[in-house]
Design a protein around this ligand. Structure first.
Ligand code: ACO
Length: 331
Protein backbone atom coordinates (compact mmCIF):
# COMPACT_ATOMS: atom_id res chain seq x y z
CA UNK A 1 0.00 0.00 0.00
CA UNK A 2 1.10 3.55 -0.70
CA UNK A 3 0.56 5.43 2.57
CA UNK A 4 -0.38 9.14 2.48
CA UNK A 5 2.90 10.30 4.10
CA UNK A 6 4.91 8.21 1.62
CA UNK A 7 2.82 9.65 -1.23
CA UNK A 8 3.47 13.23 -0.12
CA UNK A 9 7.18 12.56 0.36
CA UNK A 10 7.73 10.95 -3.05
CA UNK A 11 5.72 13.74 -4.71
CA UNK A 12 8.25 16.30 -3.55
CA UNK A 13 11.30 14.07 -4.19
CA UNK A 14 10.23 13.10 -7.72
CA UNK A 15 9.38 16.69 -8.62
CA UNK A 16 12.81 17.88 -7.40
CA UNK A 17 14.54 15.25 -9.48
CA UNK A 18 12.49 16.23 -12.56
CA UNK A 19 13.55 19.92 -12.24
CA UNK A 20 10.79 21.23 -14.56
CA UNK A 21 9.76 24.76 -15.58
CA UNK A 22 6.10 25.41 -14.71
CA UNK A 23 4.11 28.47 -15.79
CA UNK A 24 1.57 30.03 -13.40
CA UNK A 25 -0.84 32.25 -15.37
CA UNK A 26 -2.38 33.68 -12.18
CA UNK A 27 0.96 35.29 -11.34
CA UNK A 28 -0.33 38.04 -9.04
CA UNK A 29 -2.72 35.82 -7.05
CA UNK A 30 -1.50 35.67 -3.42
CA UNK A 31 -1.82 31.88 -2.78
CA UNK A 32 -0.19 31.14 -6.14
CA UNK A 33 2.68 33.53 -5.34
CA UNK A 34 3.26 31.93 -1.93
CA UNK A 35 3.25 28.46 -3.54
CA UNK A 36 5.72 29.62 -6.21
CA UNK A 37 8.05 30.95 -3.50
CA UNK A 38 7.93 27.61 -1.64
CA UNK A 39 8.52 25.62 -4.85
CA UNK A 40 11.50 27.83 -5.73
CA UNK A 41 13.03 27.67 -2.26
CA UNK A 42 12.59 23.89 -1.99
CA UNK A 43 13.67 23.22 -5.58
CA UNK A 44 10.32 21.57 -6.44
CA UNK A 45 10.07 23.38 -9.78
CA UNK A 46 11.32 26.40 -11.65
CA UNK A 47 8.20 28.60 -11.58
CA UNK A 48 7.26 31.41 -13.97
CA UNK A 49 4.74 33.99 -12.74
CA UNK A 50 2.77 35.62 -15.56
CA UNK A 51 1.73 39.12 -14.60
CA UNK A 52 2.57 42.78 -14.35
CA UNK A 53 5.89 43.08 -12.49
CA UNK A 54 4.85 46.17 -10.52
CA UNK A 55 1.59 44.54 -9.42
CA UNK A 56 3.37 41.31 -8.44
CA UNK A 57 6.02 43.19 -6.44
CA UNK A 58 3.41 45.26 -4.63
CA UNK A 59 1.34 42.16 -3.80
CA UNK A 60 4.53 40.52 -2.48
CA UNK A 61 5.22 43.58 -0.34
CA UNK A 62 1.71 43.64 1.08
CA UNK A 63 1.99 39.91 1.89
CA UNK A 64 5.39 40.48 3.49
CA UNK A 65 7.06 37.88 1.28
CA UNK A 66 10.36 38.18 -0.52
CA UNK A 67 10.54 36.80 -4.05
CA UNK A 68 13.62 34.58 -4.38
CA UNK A 69 15.99 35.37 -7.29
CA UNK A 70 15.18 32.09 -9.10
CA UNK A 71 11.49 32.97 -9.36
CA UNK A 72 10.86 34.35 -12.83
CA UNK A 73 8.29 37.03 -13.70
CA UNK A 74 7.14 37.50 -17.30
CA UNK A 75 4.98 40.43 -18.38
CA UNK A 76 2.16 39.20 -20.62
CA UNK A 77 2.01 42.30 -22.82
CA UNK A 78 5.74 42.11 -23.54
CA UNK A 79 5.62 38.53 -24.81
CA UNK A 80 2.09 37.96 -26.18
CA UNK A 81 2.90 38.94 -29.75
CA UNK A 82 5.42 36.15 -30.32
CA UNK A 83 2.70 33.51 -29.84
CA UNK A 84 0.31 34.95 -32.44
CA UNK A 85 1.77 33.08 -35.43
CA UNK A 86 2.06 29.69 -33.69
CA UNK A 87 -1.46 30.06 -32.31
CA UNK A 88 -2.90 30.88 -35.74
CA UNK A 89 -1.09 27.79 -37.05
CA UNK A 90 -2.50 25.55 -34.29
CA UNK A 91 -6.05 26.84 -34.86
CA UNK A 92 -5.93 27.21 -38.64
CA UNK A 93 -8.54 24.47 -39.11
CA UNK A 94 -10.89 26.74 -37.10
CA UNK A 95 -10.03 29.75 -39.27
CA UNK A 96 -8.41 31.76 -36.47
CA UNK A 97 -7.03 35.15 -37.57
CA UNK A 98 -4.04 37.04 -36.12
CA UNK A 99 -6.38 39.56 -34.56
CA UNK A 100 -8.39 36.84 -32.87
CA UNK A 101 -5.21 35.19 -31.62
CA UNK A 102 -3.89 38.46 -30.17
CA UNK A 103 -7.23 38.99 -28.41
CA UNK A 104 -7.28 35.45 -27.04
CA UNK A 105 -3.68 35.84 -25.79
CA UNK A 106 -4.79 38.65 -23.46
CA UNK A 107 -6.04 35.82 -21.26
CA UNK A 108 -2.94 34.71 -19.34
CA UNK A 109 -4.21 31.09 -19.27
CA UNK A 110 -4.22 31.07 -23.08
CA UNK A 111 -0.78 32.77 -23.09
CA UNK A 112 0.65 30.21 -20.65
CA UNK A 113 -0.89 27.36 -22.65
CA UNK A 114 0.85 28.68 -25.80
CA UNK A 115 4.19 28.81 -23.93
CA UNK A 116 3.59 25.14 -23.16
CA UNK A 117 2.51 24.37 -26.73
CA UNK A 118 5.82 25.73 -28.10
CA UNK A 119 7.85 23.93 -25.39
CA UNK A 120 9.11 27.00 -23.52
CA UNK A 121 7.72 25.53 -20.29
CA UNK A 122 7.08 21.94 -19.21
CA UNK A 123 3.67 22.36 -17.57
CA UNK A 124 0.94 24.78 -16.47
CA UNK A 125 -1.01 25.17 -13.21
CA UNK A 126 -3.96 27.55 -12.93
CA UNK A 127 -7.43 27.83 -11.43
CA UNK A 128 -7.05 29.58 -8.05
CA UNK A 129 -9.34 32.24 -9.55
CA UNK A 130 -10.29 30.90 -13.01
CA UNK A 131 -13.04 28.28 -13.48
CA UNK A 132 -12.25 24.69 -14.45
CA UNK A 133 -13.54 25.26 -17.97
CA UNK A 134 -11.34 28.32 -18.59
CA UNK A 135 -8.24 26.43 -17.44
CA UNK A 136 -9.05 23.21 -19.29
CA UNK A 137 -10.48 24.50 -22.60
CA UNK A 138 -7.27 26.20 -23.91
CA UNK A 139 -5.42 22.94 -23.19
CA UNK A 140 -8.01 20.89 -25.08
CA UNK A 141 -7.74 23.27 -28.02
CA UNK A 142 -3.99 23.98 -28.13
CA UNK A 143 -2.21 21.06 -26.41
CA UNK A 144 -4.65 18.33 -27.45
CA UNK A 145 -4.58 14.63 -26.65
CA UNK A 146 -1.43 12.55 -26.30
CA UNK A 147 -0.56 9.91 -28.89
CA UNK A 148 -2.67 6.85 -28.07
CA UNK A 149 -5.38 8.90 -26.33
CA UNK A 150 -8.67 10.06 -27.85
CA UNK A 151 -10.02 11.89 -24.80
CA UNK A 152 -8.79 13.91 -21.87
CA UNK A 153 -10.04 12.81 -18.47
CA UNK A 154 -9.01 13.40 -14.86
CA UNK A 155 -8.25 11.63 -11.64
CA UNK A 156 -7.99 12.42 -7.94
CA UNK A 157 -5.56 10.92 -5.44
CA UNK A 158 -7.66 10.30 -2.32
CA UNK A 159 -5.44 10.28 0.78
CA UNK A 160 -7.37 7.71 2.84
CA UNK A 161 -6.12 6.97 6.40
CA UNK A 162 -4.29 3.77 5.37
CA UNK A 163 -3.57 4.17 1.67
CA UNK A 164 -3.87 6.39 -1.37
CA UNK A 165 -6.68 5.53 -3.83
CA UNK A 166 -7.23 6.85 -7.35
CA UNK A 167 -10.74 8.02 -8.36
CA UNK A 168 -11.68 8.81 -11.99
CA UNK A 169 -13.21 10.60 -13.87
CA UNK A 170 -14.62 13.03 -11.31
CA UNK A 171 -14.12 16.30 -13.17
CA UNK A 172 -14.24 16.31 -16.97
CA UNK A 173 -16.42 13.91 -19.02
CA UNK A 174 -20.15 14.10 -18.20
CA UNK A 175 -21.22 10.78 -19.78
CA UNK A 176 -18.39 8.76 -21.35
CA UNK A 177 -19.22 5.97 -23.82
CA UNK A 178 -18.08 2.41 -23.08
CA UNK A 179 -15.04 2.95 -25.29
CA UNK A 180 -14.20 6.21 -23.52
CA UNK A 181 -14.71 4.58 -20.13
CA UNK A 182 -12.23 1.86 -21.11
CA UNK A 183 -9.72 4.56 -22.05
CA UNK A 184 -10.31 6.39 -18.75
CA UNK A 185 -9.54 3.09 -16.95
CA UNK A 186 -6.23 2.71 -18.82
CA UNK A 187 -5.25 6.37 -18.29
CA UNK A 188 -6.04 6.10 -14.57
CA UNK A 189 -4.02 2.89 -14.19
CA UNK A 190 -1.07 4.63 -15.87
CA UNK A 191 -1.47 7.65 -13.58
CA UNK A 192 -1.52 5.36 -10.54
CA UNK A 193 1.69 3.68 -11.73
CA UNK A 194 3.49 7.01 -12.30
CA UNK A 195 2.86 7.82 -8.65
CA UNK A 196 3.95 4.47 -7.23
CA UNK A 197 0.48 2.92 -6.78
CA UNK A 198 -0.03 -0.66 -8.01
CA UNK A 199 -3.13 -0.34 -10.24
CA UNK A 200 -6.02 -2.73 -9.58
CA UNK A 201 -8.89 -1.20 -11.48
CA UNK A 202 -12.53 -1.53 -10.34
CA UNK A 203 -15.16 -0.46 -12.86
CA UNK A 204 -17.81 0.86 -10.49
CA UNK A 205 -21.54 0.31 -10.95
CA UNK A 206 -24.64 -0.43 -8.85
CA UNK A 207 -24.28 -4.09 -9.72
CA UNK A 208 -21.51 -6.65 -9.18
CA UNK A 209 -20.59 -9.27 -11.79
CA UNK A 210 -23.56 -10.76 -13.62
CA UNK A 211 -26.16 -9.97 -10.93
CA UNK A 212 -27.75 -6.84 -12.36
CA UNK A 213 -28.82 -5.54 -15.70
CA UNK A 214 -29.76 -2.21 -17.25
CA UNK A 215 -28.17 0.13 -19.78
CA UNK A 216 -25.88 1.75 -17.22
CA UNK A 217 -24.54 -1.63 -16.05
CA UNK A 218 -24.16 -2.85 -19.64
CA UNK A 219 -22.02 0.18 -20.46
CA UNK A 220 -19.65 -0.65 -17.61
CA UNK A 221 -19.60 -4.34 -18.62
CA UNK A 222 -18.77 -3.41 -22.22
CA UNK A 223 -16.07 -0.95 -21.07
CA UNK A 224 -14.43 -3.65 -18.93
CA UNK A 225 -14.37 -6.07 -21.87
CA UNK A 226 -12.98 -3.42 -24.25
CA UNK A 227 -10.23 -2.55 -21.77
CA UNK A 228 -9.31 -6.24 -21.27
CA UNK A 229 -9.19 -6.86 -25.03
CA UNK A 230 -7.09 -3.78 -25.73
CA UNK A 231 -4.75 -3.95 -22.71
CA UNK A 232 -4.49 -7.61 -21.64
CA UNK A 233 -1.87 -6.78 -18.97
CA UNK A 234 -4.30 -4.42 -17.16
CA UNK A 235 -5.60 -5.78 -13.81
CA UNK A 236 -9.25 -4.78 -14.14
CA UNK A 237 -12.69 -6.10 -13.16
CA UNK A 238 -16.27 -4.93 -13.35
CA UNK A 239 -19.03 -4.08 -13.13
CA UNK A 240 -18.52 -3.93 -9.39
CA UNK A 241 -20.19 -2.14 -6.48
CA UNK A 242 -18.05 0.11 -4.32
CA UNK A 243 -18.28 -2.23 -1.31
CA UNK A 244 -17.27 -5.26 -3.38
CA UNK A 245 -14.33 -3.28 -4.73
CA UNK A 246 -13.02 -2.25 -1.36
CA UNK A 247 -14.16 -4.65 1.42
CA UNK A 248 -12.60 -8.15 1.42
CA UNK A 249 -15.57 -9.86 3.12
CA UNK A 250 -18.04 -8.41 0.62
CA UNK A 251 -15.70 -9.28 -2.24
CA UNK A 252 -15.50 -12.92 -1.07
CA UNK A 253 -19.30 -13.14 -1.30
CA UNK A 254 -20.06 -11.09 -4.39
CA UNK A 255 -16.98 -11.57 -6.55
CA UNK A 256 -15.03 -14.64 -5.42
CA UNK A 257 -11.82 -15.19 -7.37
CA UNK A 258 -11.61 -11.60 -8.64
CA UNK A 259 -8.08 -10.16 -8.79
CA UNK A 260 -9.50 -6.72 -8.03
CA UNK A 261 -12.47 -7.10 -5.68
CA UNK A 262 -11.67 -6.28 -2.07
CA UNK A 263 -8.33 -4.75 -3.04
CA UNK A 264 -9.04 -2.14 -5.69
CA UNK A 265 -6.71 0.85 -5.81
CA UNK A 266 -8.19 2.58 -8.89
CA UNK A 267 -11.94 3.31 -8.96
CA UNK A 268 -13.45 4.23 -12.34
CA UNK A 269 -16.94 5.71 -12.05
CA UNK A 270 -19.52 5.26 -14.82
CA UNK A 271 -20.26 8.97 -15.31
CA UNK A 272 -19.58 12.43 -13.91
CA UNK A 273 -22.67 12.52 -11.66
CA UNK A 274 -21.36 9.46 -9.83
CA UNK A 275 -17.67 10.37 -9.90
CA UNK A 276 -17.96 13.99 -8.82
CA UNK A 277 -20.53 13.21 -6.13
CA UNK A 278 -18.55 10.29 -4.71
CA UNK A 279 -15.24 12.14 -4.50
CA UNK A 280 -16.89 15.13 -2.79
CA UNK A 281 -18.85 12.87 -0.42
CA UNK A 282 -15.73 11.00 0.67
CA UNK A 283 -13.63 14.17 0.80
CA UNK A 284 -16.12 16.15 2.90
CA UNK A 285 -17.95 13.58 5.03
CA UNK A 286 -14.90 11.45 5.80
CA UNK A 287 -12.56 14.47 5.92
CA UNK A 288 -10.10 13.06 3.40
CA UNK A 289 -7.49 15.15 1.58
CA UNK A 290 -7.90 14.83 -2.18
CA UNK A 291 -5.13 15.83 -4.54
CA UNK A 292 -6.36 16.77 -8.03
CA UNK A 293 -8.07 16.80 -10.38
CA UNK A 294 -5.03 15.75 -12.35
CA UNK A 295 -5.70 15.80 -16.09
CA UNK A 296 -4.69 12.69 -18.02
CA UNK A 297 -4.50 12.03 -21.75
CA UNK A 298 -3.13 15.47 -22.67
CA UNK A 299 0.04 15.73 -24.77
CA UNK A 300 1.62 17.96 -22.10
CA UNK A 301 0.58 18.52 -18.50
CA UNK A 302 -1.96 21.17 -17.51
CA UNK A 303 -3.65 21.09 -14.13
CA UNK A 304 -6.57 22.93 -12.66
CA UNK A 305 -6.82 24.12 -9.05
CA UNK A 306 -9.93 24.27 -6.95
CA UNK A 307 -10.82 27.91 -6.26
CA UNK A 308 -10.69 27.02 -2.58
CA UNK A 309 -7.14 25.69 -2.99
CA UNK A 310 -4.77 26.30 -0.08
CA UNK A 311 -1.09 27.21 -0.61
CA UNK A 312 -0.07 23.59 0.12
CA UNK A 313 -2.62 22.27 -2.42
CA UNK A 314 -1.02 24.49 -5.05
CA UNK A 315 2.49 23.30 -4.11
CA UNK A 316 1.35 19.67 -4.48
CA UNK A 317 -0.33 20.41 -7.82
CA UNK A 318 2.86 22.06 -9.13
CA UNK A 319 4.79 18.95 -8.00
CA UNK A 320 2.27 16.61 -9.70
CA UNK A 321 2.55 18.59 -12.91
CA UNK A 322 6.34 18.41 -12.89
CA UNK A 323 6.21 14.62 -12.38
CA UNK A 324 3.70 14.22 -15.22
CA UNK A 325 5.99 16.28 -17.48
CA UNK A 326 8.85 13.92 -16.67
CA UNK A 327 6.68 10.81 -17.24
CA UNK A 328 5.54 12.18 -20.62
CA UNK A 329 9.12 12.99 -21.62
CA UNK A 330 10.10 9.37 -20.85
CA UNK A 331 7.12 7.86 -22.74
N1 ACO B 1 -11.12 15.29 -24.35
C1 ACO B 1 -10.46 15.81 -25.39
N2 ACO B 1 -10.87 16.91 -26.08
C2 ACO B 1 -12.01 17.49 -25.66
C3 ACO B 1 -12.77 16.98 -24.57
C4 ACO B 1 -12.28 15.82 -23.90
N3 ACO B 1 -12.89 15.27 -22.86
N4 ACO B 1 -13.85 17.78 -24.40
C5 ACO B 1 -13.78 18.74 -25.34
N5 ACO B 1 -12.68 18.57 -26.10
C6 ACO B 1 -12.18 19.44 -27.19
C7 ACO B 1 -13.11 19.49 -28.36
O1 ACO B 1 -12.78 18.48 -29.28
C8 ACO B 1 -12.84 20.87 -28.91
O2 ACO B 1 -11.65 20.86 -29.65
P1 ACO B 1 -11.53 21.77 -30.98
O3 ACO B 1 -11.89 23.17 -30.58
O4 ACO B 1 -10.07 21.63 -31.37
O5 ACO B 1 -12.49 21.19 -31.96
C9 ACO B 1 -12.54 21.71 -27.67
O6 ACO B 1 -12.14 20.77 -26.68
C10 ACO B 1 -13.73 22.48 -27.16
O7 ACO B 1 -14.83 21.57 -27.15
P2 ACO B 1 -16.27 21.91 -26.58
O8 ACO B 1 -17.18 20.80 -26.95
O9 ACO B 1 -16.63 23.31 -26.94
O10 ACO B 1 -16.02 21.73 -25.05
P3 ACO B 1 -16.17 22.81 -23.93
O11 ACO B 1 -15.00 23.71 -23.95
O12 ACO B 1 -17.52 23.39 -23.93
O13 ACO B 1 -16.11 21.83 -22.67
C11 ACO B 1 -15.17 21.08 -20.71
C12 ACO B 1 -14.96 21.20 -22.20
C13 ACO B 1 -15.18 22.49 -20.11
C14 ACO B 1 -14.04 20.33 -20.04
C15 ACO B 1 -16.53 20.34 -20.47
O14 ACO B 1 -16.39 19.00 -20.80
C16 ACO B 1 -17.06 20.45 -19.09
O15 ACO B 1 -17.62 21.49 -18.72
N6 ACO B 1 -16.95 19.36 -18.28
C17 ACO B 1 -17.46 19.35 -16.95
C18 ACO B 1 -16.56 20.18 -16.07
C19 ACO B 1 -17.16 20.28 -14.72
O16 ACO B 1 -18.09 21.04 -14.49
N7 ACO B 1 -16.62 19.49 -13.78
C20 ACO B 1 -17.09 19.43 -12.46
C21 ACO B 1 -16.45 20.46 -11.65
S1 ACO B 1 -14.74 20.24 -11.48
C22 ACO B 1 -14.50 19.69 -9.88
O17 ACO B 1 -15.39 19.44 -9.14
C23 ACO B 1 -13.09 19.54 -9.43
Amino acid sequence: HMSPPAFRYQLIQKARAANKRIVLPEGDEPRTMRAAVICTQKGIARCVLLGNRKVILSVAESLGIELPPGLEILEPNQIAERYVAPMVELRKSKGMTSGQALNALEDTVVLGTMMLAVDEVDGLVSGAVHTTASTVRPALQLIKTAPGSTIVSSCFFMLMPEQVLVYADCAVNPDPTAKELAEIAKQSADSALSFGIDPKVAMISYSTGVSGSGDDVEKVRAATKLARDQWPELVIDGPMQYDAATVREVAAQKAPGSAVAGQATVFVFPDLNTGNTTYKAVQRSANVVSVGPMLQGLRKPVNDLSRGALVDDIVFTIALTAIQAEAMAQA
